[in-house]
Design a protein. Structure first.
Length: 111
């Protein structure tokens, strides 16, 4: 059994300049756990594969195309491939979101 602890994962360098930690990375899928402090946001971008966001903690706003919604913990949001998406945290507390891409993408386009 392989066990991955969030706290032991290094923060990955990323164009969003936020706390992103790799939890799983295989050809079949990639999972990253991101932490957004109050006021932080991902940059709008597209991925060449389907993505889903699972809110672990907090109340981030998730934007998919022209839609957005404030999502509470234990909420899953789907984003199809090639659709602009991003996440922001306008709340007063930390938000943590598990981001799963399947299959693992070769590239991501920041807009």
């Amino acid at each position: 059994m392989k066990v991955t602890k969030y706290q032991k994962q290094a923060i990955k360098d990323n164009p969003h300049k936020i706390d992103v930690r790799e939890m799983y990375n295989k050809e079949s899928a990639q999972a990253m756990l991101i932490s957004l402090k109050p006021g932080e946001s991902l940059k709008p971008h597209k991925t060449p594969v389907d993505v889903f966001f699972f809110v672990v903690e907090g109340k981030p706003t998730i934007y998919i195309g022209n839609e957005s919604e404030v999502c509470e913990a234990d909420t899953l949001v789907e984003s199809p491939a090639e659709i602009v998406h991003y996440i922001s945290n306008s709340s007063d507390s930390l938000a943590r979101i598990l981001v799963v891409k399947a299959p693992r993408p070769v590239s991501t386009k920041i807009l």
